[in-house]
Design a protein around this ligand. Structure first.
Ligand code: AMP
Ligand code: MN
Ligand code: MN
Ligand code: MN
Length: 287
């Protein structure tokens, strides 16, 4: 077992979480986290605040982000860890990835209006902390708050996924581009929550082999969205593809996220943790 309590995946109100980077740092610290990373979707504007808060609390910190990618007709998330947050190509790539979100949100609201849900764009905006990052999660919170659905999960099931009225197909970043932005900024690219995708075995194999061919080096084995069986399955995948293993709760909001910061099972001893390969990129108070 690797006993370091690392939590390398979560979201602040700079993307679709509800807590500030500082409040999230406090929650991670209270959860016993030793090494933390804030991984907002397609955005690194919260990195300095997260790092400063982490170090003030005595936690070690790795820079982070979670990039939206389109692959084989689905959205795949690639987590980047330990990159230089001042890298200009990474910043430009993330900005490009974020660019269509506002127009997409307006189209989502149109789709919802057609089934009788008025004012969803303005409604979702009330929950947005970063105007460049309107997410489906913000629509979900609005539809829960207005009583249309009992919880965010049912909003996604009934309205925000393929085949439903608030769904708008989106072309995100290309896999190779996302991996290169991260890698060329000195970081390591990690396939986020592989158990969440609905790929065939052939498509999943293509995802892993292409990811590695582009320079990707890690996979999330322990994540809040994996079952116990998936923890084992993706530990095997990490070994099979010789990938570094990551661990992250994917915490978004109190009362909404099932997995608290710092509470996932430890990585099995047969895996190499991604943080071992990032030792020189870890920021500590002493620096
Ligand atoms: P977006 O990047 O705007 O497409 O939104 C994606 C986000 O929606 C994910 O990062 C999750 O936070 C959230 N999400 C996706 N599917 C679900 C679901 N079934 N239940 C709750 N939240 C979800
Ligand atoms: Mn999210
Ligand atoms: Mn994700
Ligand atoms: Mn996430």
């Amino acid at each position: 077992m690797h006993l370091l309590n690392a939590d390398l995946h979560c979201h602040s109100n700079v993307s679709d979480g509800t807590l500030s980077p500082e409040a999230l740092a406090e929650r991670a610290h209270a959860g016993g986290v030793d090494l933390w990373s804030l991984t907002d979707h397609d955005e690194i504007a919260g990195q300095r605040r997260a790092r400063d808060a982490a170090l003030a609390l005595g936690m070690d910190y790795l820079t982070g982000t979670e990039i939206s990618v389109s692959f084989a007709g689905q959205t795949v998330h690639i987590v980047g860890l330990g990159f230089n947050a001042d890298d200009e190509r990474l910043a430009a790539g993330l900005e490009h990835t974020r660019a269509g979100r506002r127009a997409r949100a307006l189209q989502m609201a149109e789709g919802l209006a057609k089934v009788g849900i008025a004012g969803a764009f303005e409604g979702a905006l009330q929950y947005v902390g970063n105007p460049e990052l309107i997410s489906r999660t913000h629509f979900a919170r609005f539809l829960v708050e207005t009583g249309v659905c009992p919880d965010t999960h049912s909003v996604f099931r009934r309205f925000l996924t393929e085949g439903h009225p608030g769904y708008v197909p989106t072309r995100w970043a290309r896999l190779g581009d996302a991996v290169r932005w991260i890698t060329e900024a000195g970081g390591i690219a990690v396939i986020a929550h592989p158990g969440r995708y609905r790929f065939t075995a052939t498509e999943e194999y293509a995802l892993f082999t292409e990811f590695i061919a582009h320079g990707g080096r890690g996979v999330e084995v322990m994540t809040g969205s994996h079952s116990a069986a998936e923890h084992i399955r993706y530990a095997d995948t990490a070994v099979e593809f010789d990938l570094l293993a990551s661990r992250g709760s994917d915490f978004h909001a109190p009362g909404e996220s099932r997995t608290e910061l710092g509470t996932l099972p430890d990585l099995p001893g047969r895996l190499t943790p991604v943080w071992e390969a990032l030792a020189s990129r870890i920021q500590t108070k002493a620096q």
